[in-house]
Design a protein around this ligand. Sequence first.
Ligand code: EPZ
Length: 416
Amino acid sequence: MGRLIIDGGEKISGEICVQGAKNAVLPILAATVMADGVCVIKNCPALRDVDKTDLVLERLGCTVKREGNVVTVDTRGMYDCRICEDLMREMRSSIIFLGAIISRCKKAVVSMPGGCPIGLRPIDLHLKALRELGVDIQEEHGYIKCTAEKLQGGNIHLDFPSVGATENIMLTAVCAEGTTTISNAAREPEIVDLGNFLNSMGARVYGMGGSVITVHGVEKLHGAEYTIMPDRIVAATYLAASAITGGEICLKNVNPQDMGAMLHVLGEMGVKLRCEADRIMQTAPKRLKSVHTIRTMPYPGFPTDIQSPFMSLAAMARGTSVFIENIFENRFQHVDELTRMGADIKVEGRSAVVRGVKELQGANVVARELRGGASLVVAALAANGTTTISGVELIERGYENIEKHLLNCGAKIRRE
Ligand code: EPZ
């Protein structure tokens, strides 16, 4: 496993151009199979998860070409409708291909995606909704076998505003007969990006970003060119990296309006923020203030994906902060590692009480999952001494060139 070695104590200051959003590009790449043509996806980040999605596309018979941050997908050669177990297990978010493949082929076979370090990650909401759209689903021997004589629009109500379930329903509904409404839909900006991409392919999807999405079925979709939105979680991670070191940073290619809850918390902790259309300037105090309570919620609430990087901020802030993780049942694995660095954190079920300490010490720590790994990077940048973070491949699933960006902003960091 690769490692990051960080000598803490340097201010993280400078300029970063933020990458395209992982959680937008993954469903959008899956959606390309719905057009029998060529799609050009711009601002596509270079990430392990994107590479794996490209591999799924190639295994389906598509050709994928990358030139810099532009990925061209030609789906005219698509000949398969199955995603094998190894790929599904490697990246559970491949479940998002289900709706896209069914739309194109009227059948699909994928293996149960299984859980991951942050939770069981069930897909009951996905399957219940697809059945309501006319998909026959047989779950046997760990595989999900789907067939659809005819996809029929319908009124779907989600018990929980699941991001993945909302995306799968959108993909299945765009070429279904009639109209589909999704109530209690996820409102994340990545859902808006997917809907805008589908509409650029000739779909008729309305209401994205609200809790009711309407899809009017169309005959077929065509190839399109699309630019992926900026990654709001990566942007907030870099703001945290600068804030914990008392630095001054300018982020370019960001959408501040997608980051309201995160920017509000950073302001409460004492940073000064100036936001323009596509950039954020942040100046941090010598020491941050604690935040009384942070509750992770579906968008526009505080995102679960930034919970762990912001817990590192709280670990060194003045005062006590309480984090309540409402979305995933096992998203505090970074706590043990932060404790090794001297953090004072007590976990009780879905709550973590963080008493800020003046100093963290460098230590050997392990990234257990993507965002927990990012929280260790944030902590290491401010820790006294050297921190070795193993499992860097997990961090590279979502952060493009993280050590290069931090190096350019003054970090003493290297990858082994
Ligand atoms: C997406 O995961 C993101 N992944 C996650 O980001 C993100 O944390 C999550 O949305 C919430 O915002 C991608 O977009 C690739 P959900 P997803 O369905 O779609 C329960 C990262 O770090 N649920 O909104 O899997 C589920 O167990 C990743 O970038 C069901 O019970 O999230 C969880 O408790 C991590 N049944 C909650 O809903 C279902 O059928 C939220 O899940 C589906 C979900």
